[in-house]
Ligand binder design. Structure first.
Ligand code: NAD
Length: 248
């Protein structure tokens, strides 16, 4: 069933991992998808994959750490598709270090990309949703933003900030039938977690009641649900996709 037929979605960081999986899932549900990230070659491959499956997608250059890039990306997407109704703020980075030794730049880079980037992306496409009186904004936060994590003060602060941003925007935009939710993945097998050693992965898996790490597709299913018409009465919520690792 094409539950998102006619809808236009924009996914940041769509070149790989969770963002790519979200783009594929939204396209499979019938949405036209604007794929945005820094690497246009990789985005082109995702667009080709979507086209081969009968969907519609186009690649757009985006660096969420640059306000100028965000504005020009949003402009290009709106020119191409006429509207943005579903925004998935997925782009994110880590720069891990114990707080005592964390460089100011690593703090700033993570906050700028993960939190300020999501805010500015939302601001850039919000009027399109308001005009259409329908929208879905989905912020990819993290279990780390809920629980904290040694060595990730910058990342945890950015992801906890996203939850506050989600709730505030949910209140501001509800009267326009725009819902704003967050998805909080736990430990998902992607490039971001591939830097962990096997020992670290096994130690983390120990705290997951379902006994395994998650997949990017499992996160994408939660995102597609929140983007659907059926999720219309859910707003300001953080949906955990963590195998029971944290029960909020
Ligand atoms: P990933 O590193 O594979 O993907 C991150 C994506 O963000 C990439 O496409 C990358 O190009 C993009 N990106 C990074 N900086 C960018 C910038 N300045 N401008 C545009 N795009 C940029 O990692 P992932 O695991 O797929 O992560 C996706 C999201 O999920 C992130 O926000 C991450 O924090 C979150 N998350 C991941 C996990 C996990 O276990 N993998 C857990 C919780 C939350």
């Amino acid at each position: 069933m094409s539950i998102l037929k006619g809808r236009v979605a924009l996914v940041s960081g769509a070149s790989q991992g969770i963002g790519r999986a979200c783009a594929l899932e939204l396209a499979r549900a019938g949405a036209s998808v604007a794929l945005a990230a820094r690497n246009l070659d990789k985005l082109g491959e995702v667009a080709a994959e979507i086209a081969a499956a009968g969907g519609t997608a186009q690649a757009f250059a985006l660096d969420v750490s640059s306000e100028e890039s965000i504005k020009s990306c949003a402009k290009a997407v709106l020119e191409q598709f006429g509207k943005v109704e579903i925004l998935v703020n997925n782009a994110g980075i880590t720069r891990d270090m114990l707080a005592l030794r964390m460089k100011r730049k690593d703090w700033d880079d993570v906050l700028t990309t993960n939190l300020t980037g999501a805010f500015l992306m939302t601001q850039a496409v919000m009027s399109s949703m308001v005009k259409g009186r329908w929208g879905r904004i989905i912020n990819i936060t993290s279990v780390v933003g809920q629980m904290g994590q040694a060595g990730q003060a910058n990342y945890a602060a950015s992801k906890a900030g996203l939850i506050g941003l989600t709730k505030s925007l949910a209140r501001e935009l509800a009267s326009r039938t725009i819902t704003v939710n967050a998805v909080a993945p736990g430990f998902i097998e992607t490039a971001m977690t591939s830097v962990l050693t096997d020992e670290q992965k096994a130690a983390n898996a120990q705290y997951i009641p379902l006994g395994r790490v998650g997949t990017d597709v499992e996160v994408a299913h939660a995102v597609a649900f929140l983007a659907s018409e059926e999720a219309g009465y859910i707003t300001g919520h953080t949906l955990d996709v963590n195998g029971g690792m944290h029960m909020g």
